[in-house]
Ligand binder design. Structure first.
Ligand code: SF4
Length: 283
């Protein structure tokens, strides 16, 4: 019999759950409901909401006429200047930006007011990073591809995009500390979301203690990809899937135990389908 172990923290995180509830509420009370791009990076959940009437548009393309529509801002935010234009174009704008992300924006502003030069461990182009960049006058984004420390202020503050990996953030903080002769004050703000940190730990544990590890989430979800990369480093039998139909029987030929974890935008019912499929073909 196949032993199936699911992570303690699985399914939607509270920020995604909150955003989905906001959209469901808009769809039940308003005539037209739009979202700016994908509300969350999960194709199946987006399809479910579209069936309920949700429409989406790309902020970089021509916008539809929004005068009689309510527009929901996605969970990881949109640039401030775009949300101001949206306020003028739509009947109503509802902000579903996760409070954890809004808190990072407030911290950035506070440190900027105190004269700190600001750095963010993150990925340029990610929705959250574009939002955070719009909230302060200058935010330098660093990752391991373009990593080069260069600064001019005496006071430095380092932050992280909420969905980045903790090991990479620690390495980056260490790299700054190696240059400490050149600045007087260094503030390290670990702004990685605790939900994603807990999932990283769970994935490490599940990958080590099971023969095979499944990471469940949408193809566009950066936190799902991050979890998969961690799992793959620790267990060569790690696979990223978005739903039960992608499971291949031959993965399980000599496998006695499987660990399952998910990205933060994966609905619980997708996990339940996967567990059921595994039980059916292996037991
Ligand atoms: S992963 Fe964290 S920051 Fe992102 S939506 Fe979920 S709770 Fe908010």
């Amino acid at each position: 019999m196949l032993k199936i172990e699911t992570a303690k923290n699985i399914g939607f995180c509270f920020g995604v759950e909150r955003a989905v509830k906001i959209v469901e509420n808009v769809l039940s009370t308003e005539k037209n409901g739009y979202v700016t791009g994908d509300l969350i990076h999960n194709e199946e959940e987006m399809k479910r909401l579209e069936k309920m009437g949700l429409k989406s548009f790309d902020l970089k393309e021509k916008w539809p006429n929004l005068l009689d529509s309510t527009v929901v801002i996605r969970a990881h935010g949109i640039p401030m200047q775009v949300s101001r234009t949206l306020e003028k174009s739509a009947k109503k704008v509802v902000d579903a930006t996760c409070p954890v992300v809004s808190r990072v924006a407030s911290l950035l502003q506070r440190e900027r007011e105190k004269g700190f030069e600001l750095f963010l461990y993150g990925r340029n182009g990610h929705a959250e990073v574009e939002y955070l960049k719009s909230t302060v006058d200058h935010l330098e984004v660093l990752n391991w591809q373009n990593f080069q420390i260069s600064f001019s202020a005496e006071k430095i503050a380092l932050f992280s995009q909420t969905t980045m990996d903790i090991d990479g953030f620690k390495e980056m903080a260490k790299a700054f500390l190696n240059s400490r002769d050149f600045f007087s004050t260094f503030h390290i703000h670990n702004t990685i979301c605790s939900v994603t940190m807990e999932r990283e730990e769970e994935v490490k544990r599940l990958s080590r203690s099971n023969d095979l590890c499944l990471i469940v989430g949408g193809r566009k979800s950066s936190n799902t990809k991050k979890l998969y990369e961690i799992a793959k480093r620790l267990n060569e039998n790690a696979y990223m899937i978005s739903n039960a139909s992608e499971i291949q029987k031959n993965w399980f030929e000599s496998v006695k135990s499987v660990g399952i974890c998910s990205g933060t935008s994966t609905p619980l019912r997708t996990i339940e389908d996967i567990v059921e499929r595994l039980r059916n073909f292996k037991n």
